[in-house]
Design a protein around this ligand. Structure first.
Ligand code: AKG
Ligand code: FE2
Length: 200
């Protein structure tokens, strides 16, 4: 099993497996997930208005894992055998356990994910987020929240790659997936998360 590339980032730990899945495996998983997922375009509250987010999503997890996200309360769908396979692969590589996963579908280069941190209280203090990419390749960006002298980071996330963000990567950094004007294949991203229970 290949070791990950460690991407240097102050206050954050970023590990990148370039081929967590082979290109052929990644393509197969992509096709199945694209066809079999009940994709929804959620709406969030922004500046008092309800706006549709620029991508489709689905939330899966253990029964008790409901998840709040920008004012949305999402009840989880139950794990499919295919998602369990992916979860096991990601857990083996990262040596971490996860109980939920958020799927994002970026249909074209116009779909995107704005600057944010995955720092909801139910994820705990220093959450580990494991991000698996399938389909079209897209650029992922990170920026430090407090120190403008620290350079931003750009990572090209190819099909089959796995990026694990840990340490202070959510408390000290934000990330986004910008729109692109280049011709772009549809992309599915899965962020595996561990929701904690009880008082946070
Ligand atoms: O699509 C990506 O690579 C990022 C997804 C993400 O940041 C999220 O779902 O929180
Ligand atoms: Fe995120």
């Amino acid at each position: 099993m290949a070791a990950p590339e460690c991407i240097p980032a102050q206050d954050a730990q970023l590990q990148l497996w370039h081929e967590a899945l082979s290109p052929a495996e990644a393509q197969q998983y992509f096709q199945h997930l694209l066809a079999d997922t009940p994709w929804k375009q959620d709406r969030i509250r922004m500046f008092g208005k309800r706006v549709a987010i620029p991508r489709l999503q689905a939330w899966y997890g253990d029964e008790h894992c409901s998840y709040s996200y920008s004012g949305l309360q999402l009840a989880p769908l139950g794990w499919s055998p295919l998602l369990m396979q992916l979860k096991t692969r990601v857990e083996t590589l990262s040596q971490q356990r996860f109980n939920s996963v958020l799927l994002n579908l970026y249909r074209t280069g116009k779909d995107s994910n704005g600057w944010h941190s995955d720092d909801e209280p139910e994820l705990g203090d220093q959450p580990v987020i494991a991000s698996l990419s399938l389909g079209g390749s897209r650029r992922f960006k990170l920026r430090h929240k407090f120190d403008p002298s620290i350079s931003g980071i750009n990572i090209q996330l190819n099909s089959g790659s796995l990026l694990v963000m840990s340490g202070h990567s959510q408390s000290h950094w934000q990330h986004c997936l910008p729109k692109t004007a280049r011709p772009t294949e549809p992309r599915i991203n899965l962020t595996f998360r561990n929701i904690l229970h009880g008082p946070h």
